[in-house]
Unconditional design. Structure first.
Length: 106
């Protein structure tokens, strides 16, 4: 079975941190930590083995890359596939529609 490496651009890490901090305020620390663990599990379980099983993201229209999305609860994990690498570009919460700004430098 093909295995992909998974990495996160700084903006995606900021998205996760901001959502975690919001979760601590709204749900409490225990629930926010549970969300964080489950998000990472979902990302790594799915994207290391089956990233192409995820649908094309709306943001793909503005890009030449293979931009896809993984749905996790009310979040969209937006990523690009490059050969055997998956690059997580953004983690969009329920308050966001299409994510207009993302980048990954070669």
């Amino acid at each position: 079975m093909k295995r992909y490496s998974v990495s996160f651009v700084p903006q995606a890490l900021d998205d996760i941190q901001n959502s975690y901090e919001w979760g601590v305020e709204v749900w409490g620390q225990e629930a926010a930590e549970k969300w964080l663990v489950e998000l990472h599990e979902a990302v790594f379980q799915r994207l290391t083995h089956f990233p192409r099983s995820c649908g094309t993201a709306p943001e793909a229209d503005e890009s030449d890359g293979d931009i896809r999305q993984l749905h996790f609860l009310r979040y969209r994990v937006i990523f690009e596939i490059r050969k055997k690498e998956v690059i997580v570009l953004r983690v969009a919460g329920p308050h966001r529609g299409a994510v207009e700004e993302y980048s990954h430098e070669n």
